[in-house]
Write a protein that binds this ligand. Structure first.
Ligand code: HEM
Length: 119
């Protein structure tokens, strides 16, 4: 968990799948199912942050600025995942948050792969 990115990749990949499952359930009108998946997704937010923070603490000395930006953009992605689902449930517009989600996700993935660990 400290020296390779496998656990971190696993947590965010599962979170993104759960996010789309939650959106699908919402669109299918399955409010109860969505609520359950949303709760599990929130647990995965914590796991993403935990695995990201462990990598951060061990390796940020390599390039503190870029690691700091990576962590902040990671939190931004999580914030947007949550905003889209919460606003969807309230029947509010989600467009601005979908756009931010796509932008932040692209940036975090580019930054993640640019940093020295992993691929
Ligand atoms: C949904 C949110 C996130 C996504 C999609 C994401 C994505 C990624 C990706 C693609 C990598 C590169 C993996 C590799 O090269 O093998 C990575 C690495 C990393 N992530 Fe995240 N991440 C997210 C959240 C976070 C958070 C919240 C933190 C900090 C608390 C964080 C800290 C790190 C660190 C420190 C690395 C290792 C960088 C390195 O040395 O190569 N990430 N992440």
């Amino acid at each position: 968990m400290f020296d390779n990115t496998h656990a971190h990749i696993t947590t965010w990949a599962i979170a993104i799948i759960l996010f789309f499952v939650a959106v699908g359930l919402h669109n299918a009108g399955k409010a109860k199912g969505m609520k359950v998946v949303h709760m599990i997704l929130r647990l995965f937010y914590l796991l993403i942050i935990l695995t990201g923070a462990l990598l951060f603490w061990k390796h940020q000395g390599i390039d503190p600025a870029l690691y700091g930006v990576k962590a902040l953009v990671g939190i931004w992605v999580i914030g947007m995942l949550e905003m889209v689902l919460v606003r969807m449930n309230k029947g509010k517009s989600t467009k601005v948050f979908w756009i931010q989600l796509i932008i932040s996700l692209i940036i975090v993935i580019i930054l993640g792969f640019k940093l020295p660990l992993g691929f």
